[in-house]
Design a protein around this ligand. Structure first.
Ligand SMILES: Cc1cc2nc3c(=O)[nH]c(=O)nc-3n(C[C@H](O)[C@H](O)[C@H](O)COP(=O)(O)OP(=O)(O)OC[C@H]3O[C@@H](n4cnc5c(N)ncnc54)[C@H](O)[C@@H]3O)c2cc1C
Length: 382
C-alpha cells in the first residue's frame, strides 16, 4: 500500500481531511490534479461564518468556526487570518425582524451576537448607506486566506510530516474491495491504501456514481487599497435567501475588508453554466446591488474580477461519510457549496470519527444529515 489513506483533491476540504487523518497517526497521500488550494478554494471569499439555514448547517459551521479560532495564532503568522466579525445589515422592518430571529437562534445555540440600531450601525460602518435600519454583529466570525490555509494544513499542521502531496496528478477512477481501496491515475498507474477519501469538489461525481452535485457560479471583484473603508465583513440579510433558496440568477451584497486594505465584493449565484468567463450583466447587477449599501463604491478602482464554482447538493448540505452504504474503504467529503472554507475543519473531524468508528465529535440534530445515501434515487434538475 502506498499510504494508510489517499485523499483525492488538495482544496481546503481535502487539505483539512489529510491534516486530520495525519494528526491521528495515519500516513496520507494527497493526489491533486493541479496545485494546492486551487479550485473553488482559490476562487472564494474565505469568510468563516456561522450560518443557520438548517440545524445541521448551524452545528457544522459553529463547530468548525471554533476549530478555525483555535488555528488562528498559526494562520496569523502567515497573514492568513483576520477576526473581523460579520455584520448582517437590515434595511427595513422585515429584515430587522429577521435579525432579531437570527439573534435568538444564535443565542440559543451559544453563538455570541449583538443587535445594532441604526445609529450603532453608522458608528460601526460609517461608509454604509445611512438609510439602513440596523444589523446583527457576530463578533467571532473571521476571514482566512484559504489557499494559504490549505498549504498550512498540508505542510505545517501537527501531522504534516506524514503527508505526501503529489500535484499535477489527476485521478481517473477509484474503487474498493473489502481489504483496500485503490485509485487509478490518469497515466494508468494504480495506488492502494486502506482508505480513499474523494474530496475533489465539483469533480467528485466523475469518480463516484450518484453524487448529485450542481455547479453554482459566483462572481467576485477586488478593489485597489482603501484601508479603513470597512471594518467587518458586511452582508445584506437578503443574502441568506439568495444563497440558499434562489433558483435563477441572483445577486446579494457581501463585502469583505481584506487585511491589505482592499475590498472584496460579491456575490452572485448562477445555475446551468460551467463557463468561467466574467458575465458583465451579472457583474453589473452585483455592483449595482453593492452600491445600494455602499454608496461610495462607484469611486473606487477595481483591480480584478473573477468567477468560481460552488459544488452544490440538492439540499445545500455537504456529503461527509461512506461513499456507498456500509463502505468503510471509500469516503466522500464534498458538496460544501458556498460554505466549504468555513466547514472544512468540522468536515475533517466528522469524516475521521466515522472512519475510526467513534461517536460524532459534536452533536448533530440528524446523524444522517450529511450521508451520501440521503440522495439514493434522487436526480439533479436540469
Ligand atoms: C465565489 C465563491 C465565494 C465563496 N465564498 C466562501 C466564503 O466566503 N466562505 C466559505 O466558507 N466558502 C466560500 N465558498 C465556498 C468554498 O470556496 C468551497 O466550498 C470550498 O473551497 C470547497 O473546497 P473543496 O476542497 O471541496 O473543493 P475545491 O477547492 O474545488 O478543491 C478540489 C480540488 O480537487 C482537485 N481535483 C479535481 N478533480 C481531481 C481529480 N480527478 N484528481 C485529483 N484532483 C482533482 C481540483 O484541482 C481542486 O484543487 C465560496 C465559493 C465561491 C465559488
Amino acid at each position: 500500500m502506498s499510504a494508510d489513506a489517499i485523499v483525492v483533491g488538495a482544496g481546503i476540504v481535502g487539505a483539512a481531511c489529510a491534516a486530520e487523518l495525519a494528526a491521528r497517526g495515519m500516513s496520507v497521500e494527497v493526489i491533486e490534479a493541479r496545485g494546492i488550494g486551487g479550485g473553488a478554494t482559490a476562487a472564494g471569499m474565505g469568510h468563516i461564518v456561522v450560518m443557520n439555514d438548517s440545524p445541521a448547517e448551524f452545528a457544522l459551521a459553529r463547530h468548525s468556526r471554533e476549530l478555525w479560532l483555535a488555528l488562528a495564532p498559526h494562520l496569523r503568522e502567515i497573514d492568513a487570518f483576520s477576526r473581523c466579525g460579520t455584520l448582517w445589515i437590515a434595511e427595513d422592518d422585515d429584515e430587522l425582524a429577521a435579525a432579531r430571529a437570527m439573534h435568538a437562534a444564535f443565542a440559543s445555540g451559544g453563538v455570541r451576537a449583538h443587535q445594532l440600531d441604526a445609529a450603532a450601525l453608522r458608528d460601526a460602518e460609517p461608509a454604509l448607506s445611512h438609510a439602513m435600519q440596523g444589523g446583527l454583529l457576530i463578533d467571532d466570525d473571521a476571514i482566512v486566506y484559504a489557499p494559504a490555509a490549505a498549504q498550512f494544513l498540508l505542510t505545517r499542521s501537527p501531522g504534516a510530516a506524514r503527508i505526501r502531496v503529489s500535484t499535477q496528478c489527476a485521478v481517473a477512477a477509484v474503487d474498493a474491495s473489502e481489504s483496500a481501496a485503490c485509485v487509478t491515475l490518469a497515466n494508468g498507474e494504480r495506488r492502494t491504501a486502506a482508505h480513499v477519501v474523494v474530496a475533489n469538489g465539483l469533480a467528485a461525481s466523475a469518480l463516484i456514481d450518484g453524487v448529485p452535485l450542481e455547479a453554482k457560479k459566483g462572481h467576485l471583484l477586488i478593489t485597489d487599497r482603501y484601508p479603513g473603508t470597512l471594518h467587518h465583513q458586511v452582508l445584506e440579510l437578503g443574502y441568506i435567501k439568495s444563497a440558499h433558496h434562489a433558483r435563477g440568477t441572483s445577486v446579494a451584497f457581501n463585502a469583505q475588508p481584506r487585511p491589505t486594505g482592499q475590498m472584496l465584493i460579491g456575490s452572485s449565484r448562477q445555475f446551468g453554466t460551467l463557463d468561467p468567463a466574467v458575465d458583465m450583466n451579472v457583474l453589473g447587477a452585483m455592483l449595482r446591488r453593492a452600491s445600494h449599501y455602499l454608496p461610495g463604491i462607484g469611486a473606487l478602482d477595481a483591480i480584478r474580477a473573477w468567477t468560481g464554482f460552488r459544488a452544490a447538493t440538492p439540499d445545500g448540505l455537504p456529503v461527509i461519510g461512506p461513499a456507498r452504504p456500509a463502505d468503510d474503504r471509500l469516503w466522500l467529503a464534498t458538496g460544501h457549496e458556498g460554505l466549504g472554507v468555513t466547514t472544512s475543519l468540522g468536515t475533517a473531524k466528522l469524516l475521521a470519527a466515522q472512519m475510526f468508528g467513534e461517536p460524532m465529535p459534536f452533536p448533530l440534530p440528524d446523524a444522517a444529515a450529511f450521508s451520501a445515501q440521503r440522495f439514493a434515487g434522487a436526480h439533479v434538475d436540469d
